[in-house]
Design a protein around this ligand. Structure first.
Ligand SMILES: Cc1cc2nc3c(=O)[nH]c(=O)nc-3n(C[C@H](O)[C@H](O)[C@H](O)COP(=O)(O)O)c2cc1C
Length: 357
């Protein structure tokens, strides 16, 4: 099939691939700019850029400066399209969003929390607002609220299904039956919900699907059911440009299907990760010592938490995988080599072209 472009508000990407925002420090300037240079949309993650074991004030300053630094670095490396990913549960999310806009970021992706007040914070219409959703119900809630309160609609939606990596917008019970919540099942209802708002605002609201999309055939399948583009995370971890340690990438290469499990995150959402020594140790010990001076994630139940997730993700990024949590998508076990972003995207596009229109 012919490679379609992806239009999200004022952004037109020449290929319909968004590299998903990945924390902690997984998708930074080098990865995002490499994807943008291939014509896709590269997403910098704003998550966990400060030291979690410091004061609130210091953490906020550090993470703001680090994010600004990543954005400036990425902009030096590409003229392509860049987005920044935010989680609603971040204690300093509003500050980081404001800092990104000052740095002229034109696409804000918002997940892990309802962005009901986002249009009040981002009033510049040239900044494209893209919430992450996991159901038509959530899409309706966001779009209805934005319409009533701000007379604004979303510039795009990322529909993340149950096979994705990182925190997931599904209950543990739902994740036991991922086929019931497949993108194929979720997308038609989302497309139905957005019709009202597309009609009212006179423009398309592209839905970008995510979670378990592995090759060109998968991408083609998403187009056939009505997606406007895809967001991929896991495959971009095993690229040379991805910022995580070699040990993190090796854990992907070594993982078998049965090693990929659902965990309970201290922030109260399930997540998908590799069942490594860290998780096995945690299972045996029950709880690890936590040094928490403030809650960097507002939803974190520090009193009940079995470990500090910010620190565990940071350890994995830095290469201390035995003390680190390695988030991954359901298909991580299918990856057997580390390639450049260019090679990966060329491969995906070649596969996509081979699919009959
Ligand atoms: C290591 C890792 C970290 C992630 N961290 C985040 C995050 O901080 N915020 C977010 O919205 N999504 C996060 N995700 C989800 C991705 O952005 C993407 O939507 C998802 O992984 C797509 O599924 P796939 O991995 O099967 O391609 C993460 C995914 C991975 C693999």
């Amino acid at each position: 099939m012919k490679i379609p472009k992806l239009q999200i508000g004022s952004i037109t990407a020449s290929i319909p691939i968004v590299q998903g925002g990945m924390g902690v420090r997984v998708s930074l300037a080098s990865l995002a700019s490499a994807v943008a240079n291939e014509g896709g949309i590269g997403t910098i993650s704003s998550i966990g850029l400060g030291d979690p074991e410091t004061s609130k004030q210091e953490y906020e300053r550090e993470s703001r400066e680090a994010l600004i630094n990543e954005i400036r670095k990425a902009k030096k490396m590409t003229d392509g399209h860049l987005a920044v990913n935010f989680m609603g549960v971040l204690s300093n999310v509003n500050d980081l969003i404001k800092a990104s806009i000052k740095e002229d970021i034109k696409m804000i992706v918002f997940g892990a929390g309802l962005p009901t007040k986002l249009p009040a914070l981002v009033q510049d219409p040239s900044v494209n607002l893209v919430p992450i959703i996991s159901s038509a119900r959530v899409a309706e809630l966001i779009l209805r609220t934005w319409d009533k309160r701000y007379e604004r609609t979303a510039d795009g939606l990322i529909l993340e299904g149950p096979l994705a990596g990182g925190h997931l917008g599904f209950s543990e019970e739902q994740l036991e039956h991922p086929e019931e919540y497949s993108l194929e099942k979720l997308l038609p209802d989302v497309l139905e919900v957005i019709k009202t708002y597309e009609d009212k605002y006179g423009r398309k609201i592209p839905v970008i699907t995510a979670g378990g999309i592995y090759n060109g055939e998968d991408i083609a399948r998403m187009f056939s059911i009505g997606a406007s583009g895809v967001q991929m995370g896991t495959r971009f971890v095993c690229t040379e440009e991805c910022a995580v340690s070699q040990e993190f990438k090796q854990a992907y290469l070594d993982a078998k299907k049965e090693d990929i499990i659902i965990i309970k995150s201290p922030v109260g959402m399930p997540g998908r990760a590799i069942n490594n020594r860290f998780l096995k140790n945690l299972e045996a010990k029950g709880r690890l010592k936590i040094k928490c001076f403030f809650r960097c994630l507002t939803a974190c139940h520090v009193d009940k938490a079995k470990y500090c997730i910010a620190l565990a993700l940071l350890n994995a990024y830095a290469g201390d995988v035995d003390n680190g949590l390695i988030f991954c998508g359901q298909n991580a076990y299918r990856i057997h080599k580390i390639v450049t972003v260019k090679k990966l995207i060329q491969e995906l596009l070649a596969e996509l072209k081979m699919v009959p229109a």
